[in-house]
Design a protein around this ligand. Sequence first.
Ligand SMILES: [Zn+2]
Length: 347
Amino acid sequence: MGTGGLGAPVALYLAAMGVGEIGLVDFDTIEPSNLQRQIIHSLKDVGRHKVDSAYDRLMSINDLIKVTTHKFRLDESNIMDLISQYDVIIDGTDNFSSRYLINDACVLINRPYIYGSILSFSGQVSVLNYQGGPCYRCLFPEPPADELAPNCSANGVLGVVPGIIGTIQATEAVKVLLGIGLPLSGRLLVYDALKMVFRSISVNNHKACRVCSPQADINSLQEYDVVCAAMGNDGDDHLSPEVNITPKQVQKILTGNKNNIELIDLREPVETEICAIDGALNIPIGNLLNNLADMEKNKTYVLFCKTGERTNIGANAMHVNGFKNVHRMVGGIVRWSKDVDSNVLVY
Ligand SMILES: [Zn+2]
């Protein structure tokens, strides 16, 4: 686990509870702005390596446990050696590339992956790759483009949110280690601090998951610097109006006369439960590709997904099959949240 906003409460509780051996991996040093959420560190630690500061604090709570620090950036060259030493992997990262990396490594060497993520006033938590249950790619098949992927330092997070999500991660880690209770596998718990609501969303194994399904094509770790070539850019002049439209243009269409225009959300049902655009029809990309023959060819369609990758696949297939009016909403619902409606949770 790391030693940031999520790792802090996870490590504190696991150490206090006496979990025998804890490995901390983080290459970062402490800045004053970290302290509103990374409660394992103190003002006197500013400038130190996070794993060193965390080590001292954990030892001050319980010196009967073994804590090992790993002072490097997790990547495809070192993750296998690291996680093969531990029974349960707890995610405290703040970026998508690392989550896909951790997930794939956990699937490949069969380790449960306690996933948590936070943003602004919301968070999510789940137990992935546990006893054949779904993995991170089953939930979120499509990595977002880096420039659209929010992180905590750029977007901010209410300090207690990682405390709540991290505490749940620690709870799940202990349950998995002891084999007790009903771990949060096959479920994604979504927390909204502003409404003070927890929602539990059922998630299934994705039958076409690229890493954990029978037809997986990822058999070893790959390059995890996610680049999404499918992304449009901000300048409208660069967009071809016949094909690509911006979220703001889509909003105009929705508020105006949307006669004969169908807005199609190509994401998986679990993703639409986290956030959705009113008026959109949900047809996951797999269903769309299988059912093109049943769709009306003369209608105008606007497709979107999370950031654009599935939209491109869907739009290309529709063009090939003779659909004439297919538009792609560039940047997907992530850009919709940025440009049109910030109340839409991004994930
Ligand atoms: Zn999977």
